[in-house]
Each structure stands twice: as C-alpha cells, then as structure tokens.
Design a protein around this ligand. Structure first.
Ligand SMILES: Cc1cc2nc3c(=O)[nH]c(=O)nc-3n(C[C@H](O)[C@H](O)[C@H](O)COP(=O)(O)OP(=O)(O)OC[C@H]3O[C@@H](n4cnc5c(N)ncnc54)[C@H](O)[C@@H]3O)c2cc1C
Length: 284
C-alpha cells in the first residue's frame, strides 16, 4: 500500500505550522506521531497535498504539573505512562496509557493526535472529559480554549476549525481525596476500546462529593455520563448506588454496532465497566 505523492515540510514553530495550514486548510495536513495518519495515507483514505510535520515544535511538548496541569499536544503515550509527577497527581494517565496498543504505538503516538483524530474508540477522550480538561487551540485568528466535553462532535469530528492546531491540554489540579480509574474492554486486535470508562470522583467521609464519569468506545463520540455522575453525589458507593449509576450511564449511551460488538453488547459493557470502575474505588 503506497500513499499518493505529497510534499513534506517540517514546521519550525507554531506560527509556521498555522501559516502552512492556512495556505490550504482542506488540502494540507498536520502530522504528529503519524500512527493514525500514515496508515490512512497508505490506504488512500486521505491524499493531502502537503504534510506539515509538527513533531519538532517545542511549544507543543512537555508535561507541567503545578496549580494546573499542562500537557503539550505532542506528548507521547509513553511519556504519559512514564511521568512520575503526573502519576502522583493524576494516576489515571498511567492507567490509560498502559492500556494503549503496544510499545511501538505508545512511543510515537501523541495525545494531541489522538484527541484531534477523535476516533470513537480512542482512550484519551474519556480521560480528558472525566478530568474536566480544556483543550487549547491556536489558529489564524488567535487562541481559544474548548472544554473537552464539547470538543468531540461525532466519529472523527471535533470542533477544531480548518487551520487550527491543538496546542495543549489543561487540567485543574484535583482536590484532596480525589480518586481515579480507567478501565476498558480492549479490542483483541488493535487494543482500542470496545468500551472504555474513565472515572474521577472525590470521597469525603465515605460520601461522594464530586464525580465525573466519561465513556469512550460505545458511541460515535466520547461523552460525559452526566445522569450517572449526578446520581452519586451525596451518596456512598454502595452496591445499589453503583448499580443505579451504571444503569443511567448505559441508558444514556446510543451505542454503535459493528462486526465485533453489537449495540446491545456495548450497552451491556457500559453498565458492567461503570460498575466495576466505581466498585474498584470503594475503599481504594
Ligand atoms: C496498531 C495501532 C493500535 C492502536 N491502539 C490504540 C489504542 O489502544 N488506544 C488508542 O487510544 N489509540 C490507539 N491507536 C492510535 C494511536 O494512539 C495514535 O497514535 C493516535 O490516535 C494518533 O496520534 P498521532 O500522534 O500518531 O497522530 P497522527 O497520526 O500524526 O495524526 C492524527 C490526526 O490528527 C491530526 N493532528 C495530529 N496532531 C495534531 C494537533 N496537535 N493539532 C491538530 N491536529 C493534529 C493529524 O492531522 C491527523 O489528522 C492505535 C494505533 C495503531 C496504529
């Protein structure tokens, strides 16, 4: 499988990359880790005139853990897996990164590429929604921030405008007592999520004071299971409360069906995975 011919430029700065994108926002494409885009080119599902390699842009790199957490778009899955400061504050990054594909993919694939690509089975969308993340976007008219929960529109579709680059993910530092869990049922071939569940919650004296549950893999886009999260506030993580929250999450999911998993099966998995994720945090 050989891609159609294209030109290639290594962008030297964010401004350079945005300028190149602006020359032909529909025809020119950014490449970061290339682990989604290159197979797409080989299958000729995309034939950009110009590939703009952003992998050398320093502003898109790095993990900063301070009052807020900033993760540059070019941060690889392997870097998220290995970061000790990040693990201490948000261990969910390690939990999720550890479940992405294999070392080859983790060494090259980036969180920014994953979010911008918006594969409905990708892991990071659920994690950044559960953590109430904001995505910083830069384009020809300046910068803006979009809440992660509003970023994903549909299968492979986001609110990124033509000419925009995802710069970084910003996450509020969690309050004391916050607990996190990422679980997924992996597709046996790719490792992608058939259903993935990210949970961020805070327990105070055994009572849930904050909760965000986000689901990926089940539907056309990752989403926040709001009624499930709301149900838990002010309650303990009893078996009954967990079961009701899991049912709410499953009811909200308008599930996809494919050759591997039917919509009904995915709905069932949402219920069981939300239950298991919540139960694992009880007393954790
Ligand atoms: C065998 C295999 C198994 C995989 N398994 C999993 C898995 O289990 N879980 C999972 O979540 N993912 C999985 N992936 C996907 C992998 O994580 C990809 O690396 C990731 O989805 C895309 O990141 P990338 O840096 O390679 O992006 P690229 O392929 O470089 O780009 C992907 C798309 O995003 C755009 N883009 C990239 N960076 C930016 C940016 N900063 N701003 C705006 N647009 C941008 C590109 O133009 C392109 O359209 C798998 C991939 C493979 C090949």
């Amino acid at each position: 499988m050989i891609p159609a011919s294209f030109d290639y430029v290594r962008a030297t700065s964010l401004t350079h990359a945005i300028g190149l994108l602006q020359d032909d926002p529909d025809g020119n494409k950014l490449v970061a880790g290339g682990h989604t885009l290159i197979p797409t080119l080989k299958l000729r599902l995309a034939s950009p005139a110009l590939l703009i390699d952003i992998s050398g842009i320093d502003e898109l790199k790095g993990i900063e853990v301070a009052d807020r957490i900033r993760i540059g778009a070019l941060t690889t899955h392997a870097e998220l897996l290995a970061s000790k400061p990040l693990r201490e504050v948000l261990p969910i990054f390690r939990q999720a990164a550890d479940m992405i594909a294999d070392p080859q993919v983790r060494n090259r694939g980036t969180i920014g590429g994953s979010l911008a690509n918006a594969d409905p089975a990708a892991d990071w969308p659920a994690v950044v929604i559960a953590l109430k993340g904001e995505l910083e976007l830069a384009g020809p008219t300046g910068r803006r921030c979009v809440a992660a929960r509003d970023f994903f529109v549909d299968i492979m579709t986001t609110t990124l405008e033509p000419g925009e680059v995802l710069v970084a993910i910003h996450i509020p530092r969690p309050n004391p007592g916050a607990k996190f869990r990422y679980r997924k049922i992996r597709h046996p071939a790719s490792g992608f999520a058939v259903v993935g569940v990210a949970v961020a919650l805070r327990l105070q004296g055994g009572i849930v004071s904050e909760a965000t549950i986000a689901i990926t893999g089940a539907t056309g886009r990752a989403f926040a299971a709001d009624s499930a999260s709301a149900h838990l506030i002010g309650k303990s993580l009893s078996t009954e409360n967990i079961a009701t929250a899991a049912s709410f999450a499953s009811e909200q999911a308008e599930c996809l069906s494919d050759h591997y998993a039917s919509a009904d099966y995915r709905k069932h998995l949402v219920k069981t995975e939300v239950s298991r994720a919540l139960a694992s945090l009880n007393g954790a």
